[in-house]
Design a protein around this ligand. Structure first.
Ligand code: FPP
Length: 233
């Protein structure tokens, strides 16, 4: 299990979960946000170093306004509720993405928790919010071009210009909710990631299923484009 250090999750299926129960989509997000704390705890318990959660993509801005604003509110509420636990567990919290168009009170809450946990040495907890993988690559490239005009960028240099360089490559990407896509999430960092798709909708996702996935995926052989010296395939 120790080989899996960075887990990224697309928390999908909230809307359908609520619809199945004849409730508004927002109710699914509310239930989904309460699952987030359990999975953060489970990641910590299972020795994961970085957990990156896709909470709001750049494309999600196109959703109905009330749904978008309820996600901002949920993020603020989550941070208010979990702030002390995050600090007590030595978790380092950061948001990656473009958050300048979020309500000021949500931005302030994000900044507060980021600052309070900036020296923490435990789990790197990252929320991708207002995030797009292509946008991250382009902003990294532009930052490099501005710093070193006219120079050529090497593959090994790009990571340091990303929103949160220390999280690095993704070892395992889990998507709940049955869809089999990566939806513009951590495109560069997922180059060699193991992918796992589960039909479980996010509000039903449990620490037990999370642990089972970690166990199952750690049995997979990761070759990073190399060959297995013991096998003739
Ligand atoms: C995808 O489900 C989920 C999102 C767009 C938001 C994810 C948000 C949460 C898990 C809750 C917010 C929590 C915090 C702490 C910010 P969907 O709505 O696309 O579901 P569907 O595919 O069934 O419609």
């Amino acid at each position: 299990m120790s080989a899996i250090k960075h887990v990224a999750i697309i928390m999908d299926g909230n809307g359908r979960w609520a619809k199945q129960r004849l409730r508004p989509r927002i109710w699914g997000h509310v239930r989904g946000s309460s699952v987030v704390s359990d999975i953060v705890q489970a990641a910590d318990d299972n020795g994961i170093k970085s957990l990156t959660l896709y909470a709001f993509s750049t494309e999600n801005w196109n959703r109905p306004k009330d749904e978008v604003f309820s996600l901002f509110k949920l993020l603020k509420k989550f941070l208010q509720k979990e702030k002390n636990r995050i600090i007590a567990n030595n978790i380092s919290f950061k948001v990656i993405g473009e958050i300048q168009n979020l309500p000021q009170e949500t931005i302030s809450m994000i900044k507060e928790v980021e600052e309070l946990t900036s020296r923490a040495t435990g789990l790197n907890l990252t929320f991708a919010f207002g995030y797009g993988g292509r946008a991250e690559i382009i902003q990294a490239f532009n930052a490099f071009a501005l710093k070193y005009p006219g120079q050529t960028l090497k593959e090994s240099q790009l990571n340091q210009y990303f929103y949160r360089p220390e999280i690095g490559d993704v070892d395992l990407m889990i998507r709940t909710g049955g869809e089999k896509r990566i939806s513009n999430f951590l495109l560069w960092q997922m180059a060699y990631a193991e992918l796992y798709f589960t039909d479980t909708k996010w509000p039903d996702f449990t620490p037990k299923e999370f642990k089972n996935i970690l166990q199952e995926v750690s049995k997979r052989e990761r070759r990073f484009g190399n060959i297995n010296q013991d096998s003739d395939v």
